[in-house]
Design a protein around this ligand. Structure first.
Ligand SMILES: [Zn+2]
Length: 415
C-alpha cells in the first residue's frame, strides 16, 4: 500500500467534519494538486473523548462515499505502541509507530557494533547530494547515535512485525515518529536512524523527526525560522540519499507533526519540497475542533452559550486539561480573560479571540491553546455538544474546509 507524494493528516476529535475536511482535498484537486487525506486519531485522543478507532474508519469511509472520492485515503493509528496497537489493527491502514519514549535507552554492545559495521562506508566521508561539503562523521559519532536511537528503532521493528503478523505484509503504511521528545534530531542523526530502520527491515514511508523550535498546539511556530528552513532542506536531502543507499521505500518522506498552524514555516516548507521535488506528510489535529467552536460562537444562541460554557469550565480545570499536553503548550494564565468577561461577549468577539488570525488585535493565543486542549469538556457534554454542532453545521462546515484549504494546504503545497 503506497502513500501518495503529498498527504495531509486531519484530526477530527468528534468525527463530525469528515466531509468538510475532504472538501479541502477536493479543492486542491481542482487546481491540479493531488493530496491524499489521512484521518489521524491517537490513543490519547480516543481515551479522552471515549471513542474507538472503528468510528474513525466509519467517518472516513462515509466521507469518501458521499463526496464520491475515488482516490486513496487512509486511517492513521497515530502515536501507537505495543501496548495499544491491537485496538487499532482492524480500523487502520496507516500506523504511526511512536518510539520517542525509547530514545536514549541502551542497546547491547554487540548490537551497536553490528550497527556500526553496517555503516562503515559512511565513516570519515558522508557526502549527501544537496548538502554542501562533507558531514562530519566519525566512528564515535555513529556509536553515540547508535546508543541513543538503536533501541528505539528496534522497538519500532517489534511493533511493525506485530502488525504484519496480524494484517499481512504490504497491507498498511508505516510511519516512525520520534517527535514527542525534548531534543531535536539533526540531519546526520536522521541519516543513521534511517540506516537503522533499513537494517531492521521496516518499510517506513514517512518519518517524523523532532525539528528544532517549539511546535505548540494550535499556535504558530516558536523558533528560528531560518534555522528550521536549513534543517528541513537537509532532512529532505538526507531522505533522498538514504532511500538510494539503504533501499528504503522510494516514496519515503518527512512527516511534520505540526500541532496545527505553523504558518511562519509553511513558506520554507513549500520552497524546500519544490526544490527537492520531495513528498511531504503534514499532520494536524486540533484545528478542526477549534473551527467547530468558532462556528458555534458565530451561530449565537445555543451555540454561543455552549462555547462560553466550555471556556468557563476549561478555565476552572486548566491544570487537569493541560497535563497530558505539558510539553506542547505554553499558556500564560495572566492573559486568559476571566469567564465573567467572556460571558459578556457576542459570538463575533468570541470567534475573534479564538481564531488564529495574527493580524486581528483581539486574537488571544493563550485562550486558543486552552480551548485546544479543552475538548475533553465538550466530550463530557456528549449529545448536548454534538447536537448543537449538528444544528450549526451550515456555519461550521464551510469554515472547516476553508481553514484546511486556505490556511494550510494552499501555503504548504500550492502557492
Ligand atoms: Zn506527533
Amino acid at each position: 500500500m503506497n502513500l501518495g507524494k503529498y498527504s495531509f493528516g486531519v484530526g477530527d476529535r468528534f468525527g463530525k467534519q469528515g466531509k468538510a475536511q475532504l472538501a479541502a482535498m477536493v479543492e486542491a484537486g481542482k487546481v491540479g494538486v493531488e493530496i491524499t487525506p489521512v484521518w489521524n486519531k491517537s490513543h490519547r485522543e480516543h481515551t479522552i473523548i471515549g471513542t474507538k478507532p472503528a468510528a474513525v474508519r466509519a467517518e472516513a469511509d462515509e466521507a469518501a462515499k458521499e463526496m464520491l472520492w475515488e482516490q486513496a485515503y487512509f486511517v492513521d493509528a497515530d502515536h501507537i505502541n505495543l501496548k495499544n496497537v491491537d485496538l487499532f489493527l482492524e480500523a487502520s491502514d496507516f500506523f504511526t509507530l511512536d518510539v520517542a519514549d525509547y530514545i536514549g535507552q541502551s542497546s547491547p554492545k554487540d548490537q551497536i557494533d553490528n550497527f556500526i559495521d553496517g555503516c562503515v562506508k559512511y565513516i570519515d566521508g558522508l557526502t549527501v547530494p544537496g548538502i554542501e561539503g562533507n558531514l562530519i562523521v566519525t566512528e564515535s559519532v555513529v556509536r553515540t547515535i547508535g546508543n541513543k536511537y538503536l533501541f528505539a528503532v528496534k522497538q519500532a521493528g517489534e511493533i511493525y512485525r506485530h502488525i504484519v503478523s496480524k494484517k499481512g505484509v504490504g497491507s498498511f503504511v508505516v510511519e516512525m515518529s520520534m517527535d514527542e521528545t525534548d531534543m531535536p534530531q539533526s540531519p546526520v542523526e536522521l541519516f543513521f536512524i534511517l540506516a537503522a530502520a533499513a537494517q531492521e527491515e521496516i518499510p517506513i514511508q514517512t518519518v517524523a523527526p523532532k525539528f528544532s523550535g517549539r511546535f505548540n498546539k494550535g499556535v504558530d511556530y516558536v523558533g528560528d525560522v531560518e534555522q528550521f528552513a536549513r534543517e528541513f532542506e537537509q532532512d529532505l536531502a538526507v531522505i533522498a540519499y538514504a532511500v538510494e543507499e539503504f533501499g528504503l521505500p522510494k516514496n519515503l518522506k518527512l512527516s511534520v507533526h505540526s500541532g496545527s498552524d505553523k504558518f511562519s514555516i509553511y513558506k520554507a516548507m513549500n520552497k524546500a519540497i519544490k526544490k527537492f521535488d520531495a513528498g511531504l506528510h503534514v499532520k494536524t489535529a486540533g484545528t478542526t475542533w477549534l473551527e467547530e467552536l468558532a462556528g458555534l460562537a458565530l451561530a449565537e444562541g445555543n451555540g454561543l452559550r455552549i462555547a462560553k460554557q466550555i471556556y468557563a469550565e476549561a478555565f476552572q480545570r486548566m491544570d487537569e486539561l493541560t497535563k497530558p499536553y505539558a510539553t506542547v503548550i505554553d499558556i500564560d494564565k495572566g492573559r486568559l480573560p476571566s469567564p465573567d468577561v467572556v460571558a459578556e461577549w457576542n459570538g463575533r468577539r468570541f470567534a475573534e479571540a479564538l481564531r488564529h488570525d495574527q493580524s486581528c488585535g483581539r486574537y488571544n493565543p493563550d485562550l486558543r491553546q486552552l480551548l485546544h486542549v479543552g475538548y475533553k469538556v465538550a466530550a463530557e457534554l456528549q449529545r448536548e455538544f454534538t447536537d448543537v454542532v449538528a444544528d450549526c453545521e451550515r456555519i461550521i462546515g464551510p469554515n472547516v474546509t476553508e481553514n484546511i484549504y486556505d490556511r494550510h494546504i494552499k501555503p504548504i503545497f500550492i502557492d
